[in-house]
Ligand binder design. Structure first.
Ligand code: XUL
Ligand code: CO
Length: 435
């Protein structure tokens, strides 16, 4: 079979290596905290960015060279891409991948034809998975590109659009299940509004919840037992998206009784757009026991939109891995590089460089986070900071065994509390000892 990525399989070469086509830190079999890096990091590649992103932007055409692609909307072209994608996964030593229905197969003239195209590609993906051992981390339906979804999919004011979206999710879920997908994602790109003047927010949210409940019912019918993920993002493309951040998603899931089957897929650049840090979003989800998976990328502080860049910030990946290790690691989820190259990096080999960088940055984050945890000073500091709640009336507060009257008596007798320093700078220095 013709090969398109001019490299052999990327190997670990060690931190001193100057080979740009080698891992300097990602050593898949190296054991950290009792598991291999491969098991901890569970890297996934997104079909949409790797195979379909032409690297166009609002001001210019795509630049990406795709010598394997004949530019047509045909099923043959879609099938040919599958081989190229698996060559990529193999050479990158990435075990998992993710897709939207419309990345892997073309949208044709009607739904039945599109479904048929999808079946053909899924059959090929199944064979490739069996041959290679690669796995589907999650599937999803693209409910945002086609003009029919311009006013929403599960929150569209038009019931016919809602039905179309339902049909698309039904099929995408069946395809995910056929490929033994470990998860199924909902990203509500168009589930929001541009103006409240034309919007009945309550009705739209009720419709969205009903949609998600039908997805669970259908999962039960077809025997899909994995989790569903909701991926928060505040805006872009909509002005206001309902799944704006982790807390808003959790509130929605709880309000509509969806927490049994839904977890969150947290994306770095979406956290930034929501005005939060990634570690904040991850901590909100993890505290609820609902951190499912991660879309690993980053934004650009000089640009206010979703640039989907590859993670290169070791400080950031350290903080991500502190949360992931802290919750005991991923179960069904993983680190999906929802990231694309810059428009200037148009050659196929740039995809390889980009993923090497992302994987090495996360490998370093993992090793540094494990070292910080082994050192123990950070955790001890936090533990100690709340020591006054460990016994006495502090413990009574935590167990709900006290009252305002009792606490007032303690405050009257105790005088002015002498508060200890929060030592932010000391802790920042401590983290930098390890980076
Ligand atoms: C868009 C985004 C999507 C989802 C899947 O910002 O992150 O690619 O990850 O629909
Ligand atoms: Co994403």
């Amino acid at each position: 079979m013709k090969e398109y990525f001019p490299t052999s399989k990327i190997q670990f070469d060690g931190p001193k290596s100057r080979n740009p086509l080698a891992f300097k830190h990602y050593n898949p079999d190296e054991v950290v905290e009792g598991k291999t890096m491969r098991e901890h990091l569970r890297f996934a590649a997104p079909y949409w960015h790797v195979m379909r992103n032409t690297l166009g932007d609002p001001f210019g055409d795509g630049t990406a060279q795709m010598p394997w692609d004949d530019g047509s909307n045909s099923v043959e072209n879609a099938l040919a891409r599958v081989d190229v994608f698996f060559e990529f996964l193999e050479k990158m030593d990435i075990d998992y991948y993710c897709w939207h229905d419309r990345d892997i197969a073309p949208e044709l003239n009607d739904l039945a034809a599109s479904n048929d195209a999808l079946d053909q590609v899924v059959a090929k993906l199944k064979t490739k998975q069996e041959e290679s051992g690669k796995k589907l981390l999650w599937g999803t339906a693209c409910l945002f590109t086609h003009p029919r979804y311009s006013q929403g999919a599960a929150t569209s004011p038009d019931a016919r659009v809602y039905a179309y979206a339902a049909a698309q999710v039904k099929k995408a879920l069946e395809c995910t299940n056929a490929l033994d997908g470990l998860g199924y994602t909902f990203w509500g790109g168009r589930e929001g509004y541009s103006t409240l003047l034309n919007t009945n927010m309550k009705r739209e949210l009720d419709h969205l919840a009903t949609f998600l409940h039908m997805a669970i019912e259908h999962a039960d019918k077809i025997g899909y037992t994995g989790p569903f993920y909701i991926e928060p993002k505040p805006r872009e493309p909509s002005t206001h998206q309902y799944d704006s951040d982790a807390a808003a998603c959790l509130n929605f899931l709880r309000e509509y009784n969806l927490t049994d089957r839904f977890k969150l897929n947290i994306e770095t650049n979406h956290a930034t757009l929501a005005g939060h840090t990634m570690e904040h979003e991850l901590t909100v989800a993890a505290n609820a026991g609902l951190l499912g998976s991660i879309d690993a990328n980053r934004g650009d502080t000089l640009l206010g939109w979703d640039t989907d860049q590859f993670p290169t910030d070791i400080y950031g990946t350290t903080q991500v891995m502190l949360v992931v290790l802290g919750m005991g690691g991923f179960t069904t989820g993983g680190l999906n590089f929802d990231a694309k190259r810059r428009r200037e990096s148009h050659e196929p080999i740039d995809l390889i460089h980009a993923h090497i960088g992302g994987m090495d940055t996360f490998a370093r984050g993992l090793k540094i986070a494990a070292a910080i945890r082994a050192d123990g000073r950070l955790a001890d500091f936090v533990q100690d900071r709340y020591a006054s709640f460990n016994n006495g009336f502090g413990a009574k507060i935590e167990t709900g065994m006290t009252s305002f009257e009792e606490l007032e008596a303690i405050a009257l007798a105790g005088g002015e509390p002498q508060v200890k320093s929060g030592r932010q700078e000391y802790l920042e220095n401590l983290i930098n000892e390890f980076i």
